[in-house]
Design a protein around this ligand. Structure first.
Ligand code: ADP
Length: 637
C-alpha cells in the first residue's frame, strides 16, 4: 500500500529536492539569458535615448553658436556702408589729392579700426590698389598693394555688398571681408573694405571644450578649435574646383585636404555618424580612429554651415554606466531573490519541523490515549474480574459461614448431646436416689418409723439442693450479654476467694501463699464473677492435689502495659499432655462422675473473656499446673 502511494516524509523530501533542483536549474538558465539580453537592451536604449537627447542638446548649442557668429558678423555689416560716405575717405578720390589728405585718411581709418575693434579697414581704387589703410604705418601695410583678385573687390565694383572669408595674403590671418562701393553719383570711385577677424570667435569657442566647426560655401573649415582641421574639408573637393581655389589664394597655400575618415552612415537629414582619424590636440590616450556624430545646420543669413562634432565614446560611457547600473540592479535582485529563497526555505523548514513536531505530539497523544484506553479497558476488565472474584469470595465465605454455622450447629448439637448426657447423668443419680428415698420414706411412714422417715426426707432435701447447684451452674450459659465492667481491687477479690476456701484448704492441708500485697492494683471486671473464677481455679487445684503431702498454692500478680497478670500455681500433678487442648472445653473433666461437670474452666474462660482478658494454662517446669489470668488494668482513682 505504501509503495502505491508514497507518503513518507523521506519520499516527499526527495521529490521536493528533485523539484527544487530543476527549478533552480531553470532559474539559472533564465537569468543567464535574461540578464545579458536586458543589459544589452538597456545599453541600446540608453544609447538611443542619449542620441535623442544629444540631438536636442546639440540643436540648442548650435543655435547659440550660430547666433553668435551671425551677431558677430552683422555687427560690422553697416561699417563699410557708412565708411563709403565718409568725406575724409571720399577726398582720396579727388583728382590730385594731396599727401596730407591721404595721411589724414590713413589716420582716420586707423582710428576707426581701433574703435570698431576690427582687423583692418582700407580703401581701394577702382583698379584694386589700396589707397589708404588702417595699417598704413605697419610693416605689413596694405597701402599700395593690389587686391583686385579678391571676390569682395569684384562684388563691390559691381555695386554689391561683398562678403568673403579668406586668409589674409599679407597678414596670413584668417578674416571675414566686408566691402562696399564708394560712389560718386552713378560712378563707382572706389571700394571700402573692413576685415573682421574670426580669431576672437575661435578663442571663445575653444574655451567651451566643444568641437564646433564652421565651413564656408566651399565646404572648407574656416573656424575650428581643432587646429589640425583648419582649411581642410569633411568631404574631398573636386580637383578642378580645388585647383581654382588654390589659385584664388583664398586659403593661401592650404592644400585643402579632406579629413581622413572611414565608415560613414546617415542618422538623419542633419546628422551622420563617421569614423575619423583622431586629430592632434585631442586626448592623447584616445585611439587613432574615433567614431563621431556630426550634426550640421546652415548659419542663417550666410552661406556658411555650422557643424557640431560629438564623440560617440561619450555616449558609450553613458551606455557602459547604464550597463554597470543594470548589472548592479541584477546583482541586487539576484541577491534579494536568493535571500528571499533562503528565508522562505528556512521558514518552510521551520514549519515542516513544527508540523513534524506537531505530528509527533499528536501521535504521542493518540498513542497515549490508546494506551490509556487499553489500560482503562484492562483495568475495567480486571475490575470486573475482581468483582467476580469478590462475589466468588463472598459466596465462598458465605458457603464457609454456612458450613461453619452448620459445623457450629453440629458442634452445638454434639455439645448439647454431651451436656444432656452429663446433666442426665448428674440429675438422674440424685433423682433416682430421691425416688428411692421417697419410696423408702413412704414405707417407713406406713411402718411409723418416723425417725428414719425424717432421715430420708433430709437426704431428699440434700439431693434437691445438689440438683439446685447443678442448675445454678448451668445458669451461666443462659447469660447473654456480658455485665458491666468496673474497676475492682484485685487484692480484695483474691483475699475474699481465699477466705471462702480457707476451711477446705485447712481440711485438706493445703497451704495457700498469697503473694499479692499491692492493694492499689485495680482491674476491670465484676467482683462476684471474678471471685467465682478464682474459687473455681483454687477448688480445681485443691481437687488435683487431693491427699498429697506438702500441697501448696502460690498466688502472684504483675502489671505490664496496662495489663495485670494473675498467676495461680499449685504443685499438684499438672495436666496430662493429651488433655491440654481440651481442658477449656465444656463438660471436659477427668474427675469421677458426680465429682465434676467439666464446666468450671469453660465458664471461667468465658467470664475472663467478658472482662476483655484471657485465661491460659500450662504445666510448671517444676511440676504442677499454672493458670494465668490476664486482665485489663483499671485506671487508678
Ligand atoms: P471439673 O472440675 O468439674 O472437672 P473443670 O472444668 O473445672 O471441671 O476442670 C476440668 C478438668 O481440668 C479437670 O477435670 C481436671 O482434669 C483438670 N484440672 C483443672 N484444674 C486442675 C489442676 N489444678 N491440676 C490438674 N488438673 C486440673
Amino acid at each position: 500500500m505504501s509503495q502505491d502511494h508514497p507518503t513518507s516524509p523521506e519520499t516527499d523530501t526527495y521529490q521536493d529536492l528533485l523539484q527544487k533542483k530543476s527549478v533552480r536549474l531553470l532559474l539559472v538558465i533564465l537569468i543567464s539569458i535574461a540578464m545579458p539580453l536586458s543589459l544589452w537592451g538597456l545599453a541600446d536604449w540608453t544609447h538611443k535615448k542619449g542620441l535623442d537627447d544629444l540631438r536636442q542638446q546639440l540643436d540648442a548649442r548650435m543655435n547659440l553658436y550660430s547666433s553668435n557668429i551671425v551677431s558677430e558678423l552683422e555687427k560690422y555689416e553697416y561699417l563699410p556702408i557708412i565708411l563709403a560716405r565718409d568725406p575724409i575717405l571720399k577726398a582720396l578720390f579727388i583728382p590730385d589729392a594731396t599727401p596730407e589728405q591721404v595721411d589724414r585718411a590713413n589716420r582716420h581709418l586707423s582710428a576707426i579700426r581701433e574703435t570698431a575693434e576690427v582687423s583692418v579697414v582700407y580703401v581701394m581704387s577702382p583698379r584694386g590698389i589700396t589707397l589708404a589703410a588702417s595699417n598704413w604705418d605697419e610693416d605689413m601695410s596694405f597701402v599700395g598693394r593690389n587686391f583686385q583678385f579678391r571676390p569682395y573687390f569684384k562684388n563691390a565694383m559691381l555695386g554689391k555688398v561683398g562678403h568673403y572669408f579668406a586668409l589674409g595674403t599679407t597678414t596670413k590671418v584668417p578674416g571675414y571681408y566686408l566691402s562696399y562701393p564708394i560712389e560718386n553719383g552713378q560712378q563707382i570711385e572706389g571700394v571700402v573694405v573692413v576685415k573682421v577677424s574670426v580669431a576672437r570667435l575661435e578663442e571663445s569657442w575653444s574655451n567651451s571644450k566643444e568641437e564646433v566647426v564652421v565651413t564656408d560655401n566651399n565646404g572648407v573649415i574656416i573656424i575650428s578649435s581643432t587646429e589640425d582641421w583648419k582649411f581642410r574639408t569633411f568631404k574631398p573637393i573636386a580637383k578642378e574646383k580645388r585647383d581654382q581655389l588654390i589659385q584664388s589664394q583664398q586659403y593661401l597655400n592650404s592644400p585643402l585636404a579632406p579629413i581622413e575618415s572611414g565608415r560613414e552612415n546617415s542618422i538623419d537629414d542633419h546628422t551622420k555618424r563617421l569614423t575619423i582619424r583622431h586629430p592632434q590636440g585631442w586626448d592623447k590616450n584616445a585611439p587613432n580612429w574615433e567614431d563621431v556624430y556630426i550634426r550640421t545646420r546652415k548659419i542663417l543669413g550666410t552661406d556658411w554651415n555650422l557643424h557640431y562634432v560629438f564623440r560617440e565614446s561619450r555616449l558609450r560611457e553613458d551606455a557602459i554606466d547604464s550597463i554597470i547600473i543594470g548589472a548592479f540592479a541584477w546583482l541586487i535582485a539576484i541577491l534579494s531573490f536568493l535571500y528571499f529563497m533562503q528565508r522562505r526555505n528556512m521558514i518552510n523548514n521551520r514549519l515542516h519541523f513544527q508540523e513534524q513536531h506537531q505530528k509527533t505530539l499528536e501521535q504521542a497523544a493518540i498513542e497515549l490515549e490508546s494506551r490509556v484506553e487499553r489500560r482503562t479497558k484492562a483495568l475495567s476488565e480486571a475490575n470486573v474480574r475482581l468483582e467476580e472474584e469478590i462475589k466468588e469470595r463472598l459466596k465462598a465465605e458465605e458457603d464457609l459461614h454456612m458450613a461453619q454455622d452448620e459445623l457450629v450447629q453440629a458442634g452445638k448439637l454434639a455439645a448439647l448431646g454431651q451436656m444432656a448426657a452429663g446433666i442426665t447423668h448428674e440429675m438422674n443419680q440424685p433423682l433416682t436416689a430421691i425416688r428411692s428415698y421417697a419410696d423408702n420414706a413412704k414405707i417407713l411412714l406406713e411402718r411409723n418409723r418416723l425417725e428414719d422417715t425424717r432421715s430420708n426426707l433430709e437426704q431428699i432435701a440434700n439431693l434437691c439442693s445438689r440438683l439446685g447447684k447443678i442448675s445454678g451452674q448451668l445458669k451461666v450459659f443462659s447469660r447473654k450479654t456480658p455485665s458491666e465492667k468496673a474497676p475492682i481491687s484485685l487484692t480484695k477479690v483474691v483475699t475474699e476467694a481465699i477466705n471462702l476456701l480457707s476451711s477446705s484448704a485447712k481440711l485438706e492441708q493445703v497451704q495457700i501463699h498469697n503473694g499479692i500485697n499491692d492493694d492499689s492494683i485495680m482491674v476491670l471486671g465484676e467482683t462476684i464473677r471474678l471471685e467465682q473464677v478464682l474459687i473455681n481455679l483454687l477448688r480445681n487445684a485443691l481437687d488435683a492435689m487431693g491427699a498429697q503431702e506438702k500441697a501448696e498454692i502460690w498466688i502472684s500478680a504483675s502489671t505490664n502495659n496496662r495489663r495485670v497478670s494473675l498467676t495461680i500455681r499449685d504443685n499438684g500433678p499438672g495436666f496430662d499432655e493429651k488433655d491440654m487442648a481440651r481442658i477449656f472445653d465444656p463438660f471436659f473433666t477427668t474427675k469421677e462422675v458426680g465429682q465434676g461437670l467439666g464446666l468450671g474452666l469453660s465458664i471461667s474462660s468465658r467470664i475472663i473473656q467478658d472482662f476483655g482478658g484471657v485465661l491460659k494454662a500450662h504445666n510448671h517446669k517444676d511440676g504442677g499446673a499454672v493458670f494465668t489470668l490476664e486482665l485489663l488494668q483499671a485506671p487508678n482513682g
